[in-house]
Design a protein around this ligand. Sequence first.
Ligand code: TXA
Ligand code: MG
Length: 337
Amino acid sequence: MTAEILSTYTAVLFDAAVRRTAELLRAGEVVALPTETVYGLAANALDAAAVAKIYEAKGRPAHNPIIVHVASIELARRCVTHWPVVADKLAQSFWPGPLTMVLPKSPEIPSLVTAGGATVGVRWPSHPFIQAVIRECGFPLAAPSANLSNQLSPTNAEHVRKQLGDKIPLIVDGGQAQVGIESTVIDLTSEPPTVLRPGMIHEESLIAVTGDLVSFQKKKLPGDETLRSPGLLQQHYAPKARLLVLNWQNGTDLKSAISNQQSAIRTCHIIAHTNIPSDEGFASVSVIPHDAEAFARAIYAELHRCDEAGAELIVVEALPDAPEWRAIADRLQRAAA
Ligand code: TXA
Ligand code: MG
């Protein structure tokens, strides 16, 4: 199979892509489409056979639950048995947007979506294309990131094509993802709520709404509760190359740090934001602006590019310790694991 690729950059193309996507989804197929965080691999969330195709295309382990995407509060409420006041408040503040809320699942959602669990993650994404598709279909869309399991999430259609182009019928090109890293996942079934995966909507913003919050990393979990959000535990979000996060003052400093790593300097790709070394001797030096939103938007594409170039080692300049940088630091830490 070779995926058809549809663009959306004019109103006519956009409408045609919505119709084609809806047609395939209604027929129980999977489609890769843009969201504002990363590209998703979508199927009808109410159709277990369609959702099974997501697991198959990604090689995703059956114990990892999939987020369900909606385009209204009404549709979100249909996916869950209980819609607490705090969900309403969070939705008011952050939807549509990069926030996933974990709530008790309604019987209508097949257990394959939730990996057998009693809860479901729901999100109302802000990208206009996925919103239009959900409205056209009338059903919610199960969609994990559109990458092979354990590989780097895609932030453009070309990233998807490289990983899944021979496994799915359609990829919709909706441009570069605006947020660039995956949504914040908050579990509202615990008291206080728990952040299961940090994202660009950071804990300080959430606490302003929820009043109290625990982050998964700080919480002590008994026994197999640690499997609740598998994406948080394993090495994840990883490029093929080895990745290191380092601090340096200048190029000389950086080179001596790398020579301790037994990697040839000329095979190293450097990603900097503040102390920019000259590119002399390195395979490449790229610069992302010292701004958390810009950095999040660009980092996965940079990692994809380094992998494409056959990088052995990617060295990323350490990030500031501030709330808006924490989710990016989290992803880099997993990529380096
Ligand atoms: O931004 C995003 O969330 C993207 C776009 C496509 O929406 N999706 C995404 O999906 O990142 P995925 O499957 O790659 O990551 C979903 C994460 C996983 O770590 C999964 O374990 C967790 O969310 N998750 C999903 N449903 C859950 C549930 N019911 N309980 C706990 N964790 C859940
Ligand atoms: Mg993923």
